[in-house]
Design a protein around this ligand. Sequence first.
Ligand SMILES: NC(=O)c1ccc[n+]([C@@H]2O[C@H](COP(=O)([O-])OP(=O)(O)OC[C@H]3O[C@@H](n4cnc5c(N)ncnc54)[C@H](O)[C@@H]3O)[C@@H](O)[C@H]2O)c1
Length: 337
Amino acid sequence: MKVLVCGGAGFIGSHFVRSAPDDVEIVVLDALRYSGHLSTLADVWDRVRFYPGQVQDRCVVEGVVKAEGVSHIVNFAAESHNDRSLLSRNQFVETNVLGVSTLLDVVRDYRLERVLHVSTDEVYGSIDQGQFTEQSPVEPNTPYSAAKAGGDLLCRAHFKSFGTPVIVTRGGNTYGPFQYPEKLIPFFLTRLIDGKKVPLYGEGTQSREWIHVSDHANGIWTALLKGVPGEIYNIGDHHERTNSTVVSHLLSALSVGEDLVKRIPDPRQGAHDSRYSMRTHKIQSLGWRPKMPFEESLHETAKWYVGRQDWWRPLVSSADFIDFVKRFYGPSLGDDL
Ligand SMILES: NC(=O)c1ccc[n+]([C@@H]2O[C@H](COP(=O)([O-])OP(=O)(O)OC[C@H]3O[C@@H](n4cnc5c(N)ncnc54)[C@H](O)[C@@H]3O)[C@@H](O)[C@H]2O)c1
């Protein structure tokens, strides 16, 4: 079995590579966009064959599939940040929609055994009570989640129209080592380590289901190896916490005070989903169970960011990162930027 991992130099993709069974050969295709770095793969580099390139580039994908004799594709490649999708959108459509379409066509044309597309609970939109199931309608509220939903629907259509052997997973909010420091947990940790203020949107009452990246990666392996083509599998951990609770844990993990939290008007406004929650019986019926306890794992993650400043300091000093933080948080953080 030879798996082409698209987006394997990013956060979840690199953990997926790290947790690959010994008898699986791994090929990574990654465009090394701002959130993709070969440093995330440093400890597993000797088992990876790497190709730079974009998933929406048919010639590149086809070339890798032919040269390597790939049997399976797992797609993590995405523009993955909601807040960035509020600033500009076309790249989200290019990668998250056109990229998925290109991969599906290559899988079909080269009769590959299976493709798994990694998606998100955010395609369902927000739910005030109860839980989304895999049958819930997709009602995305941000350009990011709309583009992800577009990719998911293409998977469904390819399966229905051509019998393409595609599986979709929809994961919850993910945390752990090697997450590019723009998302809530690593963004806050890297700022708090430097004694900088962190911007909490509104009252921080938005509720998210958090899953550790190793559990998420193992869930994707389970779906790839045991799932049924044409099916969707939710992967979540039922660790539902409000953003303000998560922030309290981060403050306590780093032994810093509330004075570093700055409550700011919500820059996502109407697009800010209040709650995500999913039923996960289907993936559990394949034998998968989450293993990582939330509070302890969050504290371990905080320790990892304290210990691996060699990994994240170059990222937060990059022109792209500084520009994004200024554009998105500049108006509300002001002098605290
Ligand atoms: N992080 C989360 O909380 C979360 C939760 C559920 C689902 N997901 C999904 O999981 C996947 C991976 O998320 P992540 O957090 O690891 O993201 P990430 O931003 O850390 O990684 C994305 C990777 O894709 C690469 N990439 C971007 N555009 C590309 C293109 N056009 N061609 C090839 N490579 C490209 C980037 O260089 C990067 O290595 C995404 O599809 C995301 O929607 C993420």
